[in-house]
Design a protein. Structure first.
Ligand SMILES: Nc1ncnc2c1ncn2[C@@H]1O[C@H](COP(=O)(O)OP(=O)(O)OP(=O)(O)O)[C@@H](O)[C@H]1O
Ligand SMILES: [Mg+2]
Length: 389
């Protein structure tokens, strides 16, 4: 879709902003450009819409060298979102969003109708249409920035640190909203950030740059965490990449055992025969109520009379990842994570050690995929993802 062939950008003062970049960005996916400050992310992004012209190499869009396309025409198909949204302060929110459609010569009525539609799409109430940018919070302004970029429904969206200027909570909201939006819109998005967590959360593919405008690695988030190309990438993705990788393993793949699970109607004597320090007490629908310490059980009665320690949290076999499962184990008083089904009923338990086995299994699957990819490559097909390995 978007292709860089040996693209460099050198400035007259001797700075190499981008150094012989070759990269192919998939259609309909989110590619994240990440790296330390000054590594050439913004320059790379701006070479896509010709705000910056390369000194060497070729950028092409859907197979066409972008130098052959008149810049205004090129930009009509490419939305652009920047940090702090960059809204026009003296125009209302609605008029800000209607900017591109009006430039394209749409009637005011049609442009405004489109803008109202976009306001709703990015999750803002229609009352905000008449306000001015300074009457909105930073996070709301950022949503307007996204709506404005989507004005002419461009197939490509360039986003330069769009969520960096807001606090972590708003940022997480914007990210979640962005993921939802992309599921609906399937744009080809190039997203710049210097935050590796954001890159891993949002990217289908991630290009890690090092200082000097050199591409260090281009890969899926999962493979970046599993197989960083060198020490620079390993350092950049951080010390806890082992734990992060668990995010890519579905909780459904976690090996569970039955564990010490008893209904609250069980006599306490029954819990003592289990030979475990903790028993998980469940209701009639097998929903977990809490952990009972066997040493602290009353002499008689049922588990309904026993003091219970809260679970910490359970993990869902339907939607959660192995990371949530590991977290559940670490927070659990018994050190056992409790896996539940869609109805919230206990399916089984696993401790942190047992959970780590899932990583070895995922490793084997990944190794198989790499081998299959290599075999396909030998057969003459292009490896998916492309770029440097
Ligand atoms: N017009 C210019 N003239 C000279 N050097 C420039 C110019 N524009 C950018 N640079 C340099 O090119 C390099 C790459 O800049 P770029 O803005 O692409 O970095 P970045 O990765 O986006 O950084 P940040 O994370 O800080 O936004 C930097 O060293 C920068 O100083
Ligand atoms: Mg930048």
């Amino acid at each position: 879709m978007i292709r860089f062939d040996a693209v460099s950008k050198n400035y007259p003062n001797g700075t190499t902003a981008v150094d012989e970049l070759s990269l192919e960005l998939a259609e309909g996916g989110i590619t994240v450009l990440v790296g330390p400050s000054g590594c050439g992310k913004t320059t790379t992004l701006r070479m896509i819409n010709r705000m910056v012209e390369p000194t060497a190499g070729t950028v092409s869009l859907r197979g066409r060298d972008i130098r052959e396309v008149h810049a205004p025409e090129l930009r009509r198909g490419i939305g652009y979102v920047i940090q702090h949204a960059g809204l026009f302060p003296h125009r209302t929110i609605l008029d800000n969003i209607a900017t591109v459609p009006l430039l394209l010569g749409w009637s005011r009525k049609k442009a405004r109708a489109r803008a109202a539609e976009l306001l709703e799409l990015v999750g803002l109430p229609s009352e905000m249409a008449k306000r001015y940018p300074n009457q909105l919070s930073g996070g709301q302004q950022q949503r307007v920035g996204v709506a404005r970029a989507l004005g002419a429904d461009p197939p490509v969206l360039l986003m330069d640190e769009p969520f960096s200027a807001v606090d972590p909570i708003v940022r997480a909201e914007l990210q979640a909203e962005f993921i939802r939006l992309q599921k609906e819109l399937h744009k080809t998005i190039v997203f710049v950030t210097h935050d590796i967590d954001e890159a891993i959360k949002l990217g289908d593919n991630i290009a890690v740059f090092r200082t000097g405008g050199k591409l260090a690695q281009f890969d899926t988030p999962e493979r970046l965490l599993a197989h960083p190309a060198d020490d620079f990438v390993a350092g950049f993705v951080g010390q806890d990449r082992g734990i992060r990788r668990l995010s890519f393993v579905k909780a459904a793949e976690v090996p569970l055992r039955d564990g010490p699970v008893l209904p609250e109607t069980s006599p306490v004597a029954r819990a003592r025969t289990v030979d475990e320090p903790w028993v998980l007490v469940v209701d009639e629908a097998r929903r977990p109520l809490g952990w009972a310490a066997v040493a602290g059980l009353p002499d008689t009665g049922t588990l309904a009379d026993a003091p219970l320690t809260p679970l910490g949290h359970t993990f869902s076999l339907e939607g959660d990842s192995a990371r949530a499962a590991l977290d559940a184990a670490l927070l659990s008083p018994s050190r056992l994570a409790v896996g539940v089904d869609a109805q919230g009923a206990v399916v089984g338990v696993a401790d942190a050690y047992e959970l780590s086995a899932v990583m070895a299994a995922a490793e084997a699957v990944a190794a198989e995929a790499v081998a299959a990819e290599a075999a396909a490559g030998d057969a003459g097909a292009d490896a998916p993802g492309g770029g440097e390995r």
